[in-house]
Design a protein around this ligand. Structure first.
Ligand code: HEC
Ligand code: HEC
Length: 241
């Protein structure tokens, strides 16, 4: 109940969100489904999350990844004020429960975006996904995000089913050197900075235009060498297990 009240405080704090105050006035049962309505206002309850708006899909993402991101927003390592306000007073245990709730949701993915790509862009994107650029120390995206890019349990998110606007903003944030998510070593920031502008554009278009199919890869699919490039994997693995 305590947390539900906090969510309500969050609701009022973000009262500009359509319907938020309206929803808060209605007495609702104290279940996780009801509590996370504060989240689905933006993230969508079903597959509509993400595509038309900037809000990323969160349903079905690996639990450890969701937990890391919730902590990042709460602790100021990733910046988005409306979420920081909502999460401000939530404990790690509660964030873990929320992460688990969304990780277990199995919702259909939105259809891919229709994006025109030049032939050169397609081959550039496929090279990054399958081979990477060893001379610039850029591993294949698939080596961490899974062969089918649906993510690797429990810390690496899938790259399909996200909008072009969202992918572009995330890569842009890392490339511009902003303190976007802040774990050290920050593998994605290092990788994104090594990409040329053409590569970043090609991979963003390509990812947003692929259908999301298949399953997440198991943790065992990730080499320990690659895992150790990412603070968000090492930190969490050592902290909680
Ligand atoms: C006011 C709209 C809004 C609300 C309310 C909101 N979010 Fe978000 N959320 C966003 C936006 C926008 C982003 C992307 C921010 C960025 O660019 O880093 C995001 C990002 C996330 C991410 C990271 C996704 C990823 O793939 O990296 C998670 C996890 C998340 N939100 C969970 C939640 C949860 C859980 C709640 C409810 C407690 C919530 N959000 C409430 C708008 C919202
Ligand atoms: C060494 C492993 C590794 C490689 C290689 C890698 N990634 Fe990542 N990627 C990660 C991790 C870990 C995260 C989560 C970052 C965090 O926790 O903040 C991530 C997150 C992302 C995200 C954010 C997704 C979201 O939902 O917010 C995008 C976009 C992304 N990677 C794109 C790429 C692309 C494109 C490539 C290939 C050029 C690539 N990654 C290669 C480990 C990797």
């Amino acid at each position: 109940m305590k947390y539900f009240i906090l969510i309500l405080i969050g609701f009022f704090a973000t009262a500009h969100i359509a319907n938020a105050t309206e929803t808060a006035r209605v007495a609702v049962p104290d279940t996780m489904d009801e509590r996370v309505k504060a989240c689905t206002i933006c993230h969508g309850e079903e597959d509509r999350a993400g595509r038309d708006a900037y809000y990323p899909r969160i349903a079905g993402k690996p639990q450890g990844y969701l937990f890391n991101q919730l902590r990042n927003f709460r602790d100021g390592r990733r910046h988005y004020q409306p979420m920081a306000i909502l999460l401000e007073n939530m404990s790690d245990e509660y964030l873990q429960e929320i992460a688990q709730h969304f990780a277990t949701l199995q919702l259909p993915f939105p259809p891919p975006e229709q994006i025109h790509m030049k032939p050169g862009e397609v081959s550039l994107a496929e090279l990054l996904v399958n081979t990477g650029v060893p001379e610039r120390d850029v591993p294949a995206c698939g080596a961490c995000h899974g062969d089918n890019l649906m993510g690797t349990s429990p810390y690496i998110p899938g790259l399909l089913g996200l909008s072009r606007a969202y992918i572009s903003a995330q890569l842009g944030g890392w490339r511009n050197g902003g303190l976007m998510r802040g774990q050290t070593p920050d593998c994605m920031s290092e990788i994104a900075k090594q990409l040329t502008d053409d590569e970043a554009i090609a991979i963003t278009k390509w990812l947003a235009s692929q259908p999301a199919t298949g399953q997440q890869s198991p943790a065992s699919a990730l080499s320990s060498e690659l895992a150790h490039r990412c603070g968000s994997i090492v930190m969490e693995a050592e902290g909680s297990q």
